[in-house]
Ligand binder design. Structure first.
Ligand SMILES: NC(=O)c1ccc[n+]([C@@H]2O[C@H](COP(=O)([O-])OP(=O)(O)OC[C@H]3O[C@@H](n4cnc5c(N)ncnc54)[C@H](OP(=O)(O)O)[C@@H]3O)[C@@H](O)[C@H]2O)c1
Length: 335
């Protein structure tokens, strides 16, 4: 018999831990889980921010400050949770950071910091929490691990964020490797690859929504509802048949953007909107591609940031000034 649709998305009675839940995407997910009935623990380095975020979510949310940049922090967090809970139904490995610098002087510190937090810590936190996840897991109600990857791990980004992109691609793969192992214990591991969501980490989206939206097929940035809905889907009964999967939530950037650049109007048969745009009749004539051509296109490309055609501008190239350390950090570092 089919489960009642509302129950498919319920998290009533479940215990969840969201790393990096004090702001941004983690906070969106934590809020969604609380709304669906879960008891949610939030972990981040800034203790006050953790407590404030938990207080804002109400009595079903709790702060567990931890620095997950090293295994020690993962062990401490797992221990803190063990003191409070006998089982864990949902682990969301969300805490992440980015680092951008030109290839020639990309620093080891920017490599290690990002790889440790984005890739090593999801593995070891999952390992340390596996006993609690096993305690919750049943064949008819698997426990869940959700790794927050990125579209930057699925397709090339214009930013020189080498370790970030590599860490996210590896996290998607790790989701499959660990997923294949933990499914034996009825723990289902999946990932979400977000597109552009405004946050401290994605300051380009936060500070210039209009420009960035223009390059997204859905014509807008990701919103809290989009992220909460995807995470709830994976965490609840609704997502029980997904294992090792990466769910892309990006408004079409990865799958529905033309490789030659994003088009607002594709050449094709006349439609009412296209006729309005180009002033043509409705007799089904072929329309012209409205993107700039020839000399206009070359001029636009030369003046565009990073010598890219204007329809790529929303993801600007990394600033090339090697002395611009502050700029680098402002633009790319999550912390
Ligand atoms: N926003 C986007 O457009 C986007 C797109 C694709 C993927 N993502 C991914 O989504 C995740 C969240 O990103 P976001 O945009 O929400 O970033 P954010 O706003 O910078 O939030 C990052 C969260 O992680 C915590 N954190 C950072 N370093 C930590 C550490 N060493 N130990 C424990 N917690 C730590 C931060 O709190 P503290 O600073 O207090 O520790 C904060 O709660 C990341 O994995 C990111 O790669 C984001």
């Amino acid at each position: 018999m089919m489960t009642e649709p509302r129950q498919l998305f319920s998290l009533e009675g479940r215990v969840a831990l969201v790393t990096g839940g004090s702001r941004g995407i983690g906070q969106m997910i934590a809020a969604g889980f609380v709304a669906q009935g879960a008891r949610v623990y939030i972990a981040a380095r800034n203790a006050q921010a953790c407590f404030d975020a938990a207080a804002a979510l109400g009595p079903a949310a709790f702060a567990l400050p931890a620095d997950l940049g090293a295994i020690k922090g993962c062990e401490q967090l797992a221990g803190d949770l063990r003191e409070r809970e006998a089982r864990l139904d949902i682990l969301v490995n969300n805490a992440g950071a980015a680092w951008g610098a030109p290839f020639a002087d990309f620093p080891e510190s920017g490599w290690d910091k990002v790889m440790n937090l984005n890739l090593k810590s999801p593995f070891f936190l999952t390992q340390k929490l596996a006993p609690l996840l096993k305690a919750a897991a049943r064949p008819e109600r698997p426990a869940k691990v959700i790794n927050i990857g990125s579209v930057d791990g699925l397709r090339l980004s214009d930013w020189e964020t080498y370790s970030y992109q590599a860490s996210k691609a590896a996290l998607h793969y790790l989701t499959r490797v660990v997923g294949a192992q933990l499914v034996l214990d009825h723990i289902h591991v999946n990932a979400i690859a977000p597109g552009a969501f405004p946050s401290k980490l994605n300051q380009a989206a936060r500070d210039d929504a209009e420009t960035m939206s223009a390059s997204i097929p859905a014509k807008r940035l990701g919103e809290a509802d989009d992220m909460a809905a995807a995470a709830i889907y994976l965490a609840a009964r609704s997502g029980d048949y997904l294992v090792g999967h990466t769910l892309v939530v990006d408004g079409g950037v990865t799958s529905a953007r033309h490789p030659g650049g994003h088009r607002t109007k594709r050449p094709g048969r006349c439609g009412a909107d296209r006729r309005a745009a180009v002033g043509q009749c409705g007799r089904g004539r072929r329309l012209r591609d409205s993107r700039p051509r020839g000399a206009t296109r070359r001029r636009a490309a030369q003046s565009a940031v990073g010598h890219q055609p204007p329809w790529h501008r929303a993801w600007p190239a990394w600033p090339r000034d090697p002395n611009s350390d502050r700029q680098r950090c402002d633009l790319a570092c999550g912390a």
